[in-house]
Design a protein around this ligand. Structure first.
Ligand SMILES: [Zn+2]
Length: 133
């Protein structure tokens, strides 16, 4: 699907700025606001920082992107729409898909305080270091 259609399907108006930003996120996968702003302004210096923030917010509202809080204190935007977990090794953020783990957690939570809740999303964030030997 082309970028315009993805944005339209999510219920947003297709604008050149939104298309640029979404295209950049498909390249980055995960990006901090600083990284995204640099890339956007490389492509089009006329797009202001506040526009970038506004577009990212609108993408998050319609779930084209999600936000991840990295233990380094930075916030990342994540384009992968399907449910997935993250492994952080030496500051690097790696997608980790494990539907079995997600299901295990869901089953574990059933009958706890989640009885009356429909779980929307489960994201596990694992921090790790490479073994030194
Ligand atoms: Zn991710």
């Amino acid at each position: 699907m082309d970028i315009g259609n993805i944005i339209k399907k999510a219920g947003l108006k297709v604008t050149p700025q939104r298309k640029i930003l979404y295209g950049i996120m498909t390249q980055l996968g995960h990006g901090t606001i600083e990284e995204i702003i640099i890339k956007v302004q490389e492509e089009n210096p006329d797009i202001t920082v506040s526009t970038v923030y506004r577009i990212l917010d609108s993408f998050c509202d319609v779930k084209l992107l999600s936000r991840i809080n990295h233990p380094n204190g930075k916030s990342y935007f994540d384009i992968t729409p399907s449910d997935h977990h993250h492994v952080i090794v030496d500051n690097e953020l790696i997608d980790y898909s494990d539907p079995e783990l997600t299901e295990l957690i869901k089953q574990h939570l059933k009958g706890k305080m989640f009885e009356n809740l429909d779980i929307d999303k489960i994201t596990v964030q694992i921090t790790a270091n490479y073994k030194k030997d």
